[in-house]
Design a protein around this ligand. Structure first.
Ligand code: CMX
Length: 440
């Protein structure tokens, strides 16, 4: 058994009594109350999910296993001669909560290497689709096509004990994650680079190999590592993470769950916003004839978008109430590597003008930028200008977090998810009774 799997097994055994005790001894303790507004309004703020992989504080931003983004980037073992840590080491952290040694990171790298050969039929599936199919559709279909590989399904039919479900989910997750960089890069090169496919290099790490298969030189390997780490997880309530968790709660295997997770990520209010940001900026650039607008000119574009009933992509958040630290990490990268880039200048002006406008409009609860406002700029700068591909990159990263969550959900025996619905008439009755009580 690999060190990672061994460590995970040990952590699961230590953790299970905590969850069991909470359910048995404190199962009736209330952690919140749901209002009619929350029931109709997308369950905003309802505390009803549990995860230890990451936690999102509205004012501080994300912590992965208790570590902030700067701490993660500083503490994890780095790829030699690179600024960013190994994605393999980050996955180890997500799964176990421990910072790995370089030897442990290398072992994960070897595990991925052993499992990374993508079956030919997966490429055949992608290639059978019309070339103008959205890359997220291709990515999701490729993963779904591999469902026949699921070890969990085989073990389930053999009659595996419920306590051991996490083991084949782990095996499926490792097998799937190892293949994602090549599938993503294949879609990119097939669709946008005349089908000029670059084979993987087994000596390179997860991020380095992805950059190599994309055909982009340094420091794009670090961009890939940073991107996959930043996008990995944002606790469990966001659409992609929640979808993955929900689907797997029916004991659908990792392939079904991650394919479904990607379908949720592909919405413009979620992961597709990074594509929308670049599309929006391109529209402004065209109108400006390529020159940088003044703040006054930019304000007009922002107001025009709002007045036409659209959202400003890359701004706002359901939980965050400050600038997203994932935005800041990418902004720092831009300030260091591409401070004079034209699109970065656009993004920089937007950072100045959008928040006060959203405040003045008075609708968005959070006027600050999220991760998607900044991510496309970096990709564009390094030559990935086909912005409909950006959400695929988000998806590779998000799979790391969602797989970790699903493995732990099986390890702790979380049941099939099934919240209760009410009818509108029932809500009206509850509302009327509440009003009567207030008046009495
Ligand atoms: N531009 C214009 N209006 C916005 C806005 C924005 N960026 N963000 C929120 N609003 C509006 C909402 O549309 C809503 O309007 P209505 O009352 O007319 O329905 C109102 O402000 C209140 O929304 P909210 O409670 O602040 O935000 P929600 O939790 O409902 O939605 C989000 C959150 C991210 C979907 C929303 O802020 C948005 O649409 N942002 C733009 C798209 C985007 O960047 N998405 C990516 C988020 C990060 C990610 O998941 O990748």
């Amino acid at each position: 058994m690999s060190t990672l799997k061994n460590k995970l097994a040990q952590k699961i055994n230590e953790w299970r009594p905590r969850t069991e005790r909470l359910v048995k001894e404190y199962g009736d303790v209330k952690i919140g109350e749901v209002t009619i507004g929350q029931a109709i309004g997308g369950m905003r703020g309802v505390k009803s999910l549990v995860t230890d992989i990451s936690y999102l504080d509205p004012y501080e931003g994300i912590r992965f296993r208790g570590y902030t983004i700067p701490e993660v980037l500083e503490k994890l073992p780095k790829v030699p001669n690179c600024e960013m840590p190994y994605v393999e080491g980050f996955f180890y952290l997500l799964l176990t909560g421990d910072i790995p040694t370089i030897e442990e990171v290398k072992e994960v790298h070897e595990e991925f290497n052993k499992r990374k050969k993508v079956p030919q039929y997966v490429f055949d599936v992608i290639r059978a689709m019309p070339r103008d199919t959205h890359p997220m559709t291709m990515f999701s279909a490729a993963i779904l096509a591999m469902q026949r590989e699921s070890i969990f399904v085989k073990k389930y039919h053999e009659g595996i004990n419920k306590m051991d479900y996490w083991d084949p989910y782990y095996e499926d997750a490792m097998n799937l994650l190892a293949k994602l960089p090549e599938i993503a890069a294949h879609i990119y090169r097939m669709k946008y680079k005349n089908d000029d496919i670059i084979p993987p290099d087994p000596n390179l790490d997860f991020g380095g190999n992805f950059a190599h298969m994309m055909g982009i030189g340094k420091p794009y390997d670090d961009v890939a590592r940073l991107y996959f780490i930043l996008h990995s997880d944002h606790e469990s309530g966001n659409v992609s993470a929640h979808t993955g968790h929900l689907v797997a709660s029916a004991l659908s295997d990792i392939y079904y769950a991650i394919s479904a997770m990607l379908d949720g990520l592909a919405g413009p209010l979620h992961g597709l916003a990074n594509e929308e940001v670049l599309r929006w900026i391109q529209g402004v650039m065209e109108k400006m004839g390529g020159k940088v607008p003044t703040e006054e000119e930019m304000k007009k574009f922002v107001w025009d978008t709002l007045k036409s009933g659209q959202v400003i992509p890359g701004y706002g958040h359901a939980v965050l109430r400050k600038t997203d630290p994932r935005y800041m990490a990418q902004r720092e990268f831009c300030l260091k590597h591409l401070p004079d880039d034209l699109i970065f200048k656009y993004v920089d002006i937007l950072y100045k003008v959008v928040p006060p406008i959203l405040v003045e409009q008075g609708k968005a609860k959070n006027p600050w930028p999220n991760v998607d406002a900044q991510s496309g700029v970096i990709q564009w700068y390094y030559g990935v200008r086909e912005y409909e591909f950006y959400t695929v990159l988000f998806g590779v990263g998000r799979a790391l977090g969602v797989c970790s969550n699903i493995i732990w959900a099986r390890a702790l025996g979380y049941p099939i998810e099934r919240p209760k619905s009410l009818t509108t008439a029932m809500l009206e009755e509850i509302a009327a009774n509440a009003t009567k009580k207030v008046e009495a």
